[in-house]
Design a protein around this ligand. Structure first.
Ligand SMILES: NC(=O)c1ccc[n+]([C@@H]2O[C@H](COP(=O)([O-])OP(=O)(O)OC[C@H]3O[C@@H](n4cnc5c(N)ncnc54)[C@H](OP(=O)(O)O)[C@@H]3O)[C@@H](O)[C@H]2O)c1
Length: 222
């Protein structure tokens, strides 16, 4: 099993960004270089890094290791319909990216992604990307550890299938006041639900005024 760590920035009011259309990168303004270096070092510790297609659209992230020494993890993006913006940074910077699509993706969209240098496309799932099957395939390709940096729908789906081994939260000391800003988790499909899970605090520290908490499961679900 791939060991999966989620790493998120969460405001006091439990939001992942300052507003419904805002990039979570705005939250970077509320902390300093010491925390930035620490979280880039967390990326470098992992074989792969994943965000959902929604985050690629809203944030246009690079998902590379820039503020700490270490290698770039393989970038993995679940995008059921292969409708990623073709000018997204992570499709054009020459660093390897794997896009996982479902059988709903149209051939032309898959071909446009696959035509990009260093972009690999993998079909995995019928209507949406089957995350369990995707992890099996990645494990077969040598991925042992993965860091997942959101957003809400991807986090919800990963928790729903019990794939998360560690949760890291950077507690950004702001209140957004935005009811519409995305919360930590949001169902991908209506009715997606799961039972209560309990987590144990294993580490807690602060850097540049931001508390960082790290949790591991109290029990591991089968
Ligand atoms: N604060 C933070 O740490 C942080 C980090 C990242 C993002 N964010 C914020 O989170 C928001 C984006 O969240 P989001 O929920 O819209 O997007 P997301 O979770 O990044 O991506 C969700 C999308 O991934 C695709 N997907 C494919 N297979 C999936 C599966 N099995 N389960 C779930 N998703 C699957 C779906 O799109 P298709 O149907 O098109 O495939 C789905 O809509 C933005 O506001 C961003 O700024 C915050």
């Amino acid at each position: 099993m791939i060991e999966i760590t989620t790493l998120s920035e969460l405001t006091i009011d439990g939001k992942l960004s300052l507003g419904p259309k805002a990039s979570s990168k705005d939250l970077f303004d509320f902390y300093g270089d010491d925390l930035r270096a620490w979280f880039h070092a967390q990326r470098a510790l992992n074989d792969a890094i994943m965000v959902g297609s929604g985050t690629v659209v809203s944030d246009d992230p690079e998902l590379t290791v820039r503020h700490a020494p270490g290698p770039n993890p393989l970038r993995v993006i679940p995008s059921s319909r292969a409708k990623l913006p073709l000018d997204a940074k992570l499709l054009n910077d020459g660093v390897p990216t794997l896009v996982a699509v479902s059988r709903m993706a149209e051939h032309a969209d898959v071909a446009a992604l696959a035509a990009k240098p260093n972009v690999d496309v993998l079909t995995c799932g019928e209507r949406s990307v089957d995350l369990v099957a995707l992890m099996d395939i990645l494990e077969g390709r040598g991925v042992k550890t993965m860091i997942v940096e959101g957003g809400s729908r991807l986090l919800h789906s990963l928790h729903q299938v019990g794939l998360v081994n560690r949760i890291i939260i950077k507690h950004i000391p702001v209140i957004t006041g935005s009811m519409q800003a995305p919360s930590y988790m949001h169902p991908y499909e209506p009715g997606d639900a799961f039972d209560l899970t309990r987590w144990r605090l294993v580490e807690c520290f602060s850097k540049s005024g931001v508390a960082v908490t790290i949790y591991e499961p109290m029990t591991v679900r089968a």
